[in-house]
Design a protein around this ligand. Structure first.
Ligand SMILES: C[S@@+](CC[C@H](N)C(=O)[O-])C[C@H]1O[C@@H](n2cnc3c(N)ncnc32)[C@H](O)[C@@H]1O
Length: 263
């Protein structure tokens, strides 16, 4: 029966490239709440839309592929093409004007890293050139969409970085890699939406000296009132369970926390 539900969800072109483990875990969470297959499939698709479908679409991925070809041919300036890619996703679009400042402020506290893990990365790896890091570092990037991961690996190799992007569900699959810094940008509210308690679990599975967590201060619909108070009230106790907050930064529409593990 579960196999059949997975197949039915994957019939939708929007979800055909998503990690099956993610679909399976969401089915397991939703299963007890539904009496028939039809409403279960609908609920699973709704959850997938909340965690994934609202952010990326196939046309955007095709656009990234063609921009990467332009980048390879060297027809336009690297930062110009990269900004066009970052424009395609709300989270990265909002940061374009402040990306250099974000990384400058983070690295002021952490030092320049030689490795980074970017969890639920979306398009964020395309911002590497804004980090002003001189030579290639190890950049692990995980997300649940295999086509997105292919384009990130393509980009990493254009930059002479190792192809370390992997399709991975960061909530339900192991995170084996280790890095100086771990980014978890705009993802903890999504983890809590899937199941309460998952964000604390995720934080305790990360193996990095520093973790940078961020929260949106404006929702997709543009409303933002009270998000700062809400997120700080809900998430600061979770962040402080195993980590110390070294710094809070507000840049553009986003709140960043720099965390270090308590010893
Ligand atoms: C709001 S976007 C944030 C993207 C990126 N971190 C940023 O801030 O630019 C959420 C991302 O989480 C990814 N995602 C959702 N659930 C996931 C999971 N369980 N494991 C890995 N990635 C996931 C989605 O595909 C999407 O790219």
């Amino acid at each position: 029966m579960i196999e059949e539900i997975i197949e039915r969800v994957k019939l939708s072109s929007k979800y055909k490239d998503i990690n099956e483990k993610t679909i399976l875990e969401i089915i397991n969470i939703e299963l007890p709440k539904h009496k028939n297959k039809k409403s279960l499939v609908k609920a699973v698709k709704n959850k997938l839309h909340q965690i994934y479908g609202a952010f990326l679409n196939r046309r955007d991925i095709e656009k990234i592929k063609s921009l990467l070809l332009e980048l390879k041919r060297g027809e336009k300036l690297k930062k110009e093409i990269i900004s066009e890619i970052l424009q395609l996703h709300q989270s990265t679009r909002e940061r374009i004007g402040v990306y250099e400042e974000i990384y400058r402020e983070i690295f002021k506290v952490t030092g320049k890293p030689s490795s980074i893990i970017d969890l639920a990365c979306g398009l964020n790896p395309f911002s590497i050139p804004f980090m002003n890091i001189e030579s290639p570092i190890l950049y692990y990037a995980y997300d649940i969409d295999s086509i997105l991961i292919e384009t990130i690996n393509e980009f990493l190799s254009i930059l002479d970085y190792q192809r370390l992007a992997k399709r991975k569900d960061v909530l339900f699959e192991d995170i084996e890699d280790q890095a100086d810094i771990c980014f978890i940008f705009k993802f903890l509210p999504i983890a809590e939406q899937i199941k309460k308690g998952l964000s604390l679990k995720l934080l305790s599975r990360v193996n990095s000296e520093f973790i940078i967590v961020s929260f949106p201060l404006k929702s997709i619909s543009g409303r933002g009132k009270g998000m700062l108070e809400n997120y700080s009230k809900i998430f600061e106790p979770i962040l402080e369970e195993r980590h110390k907050i070294l710094e809070r930064l507000i840049l553009e529409n986003e709140m960043f926390y720099i965390l270090i593990e308590r010893r």
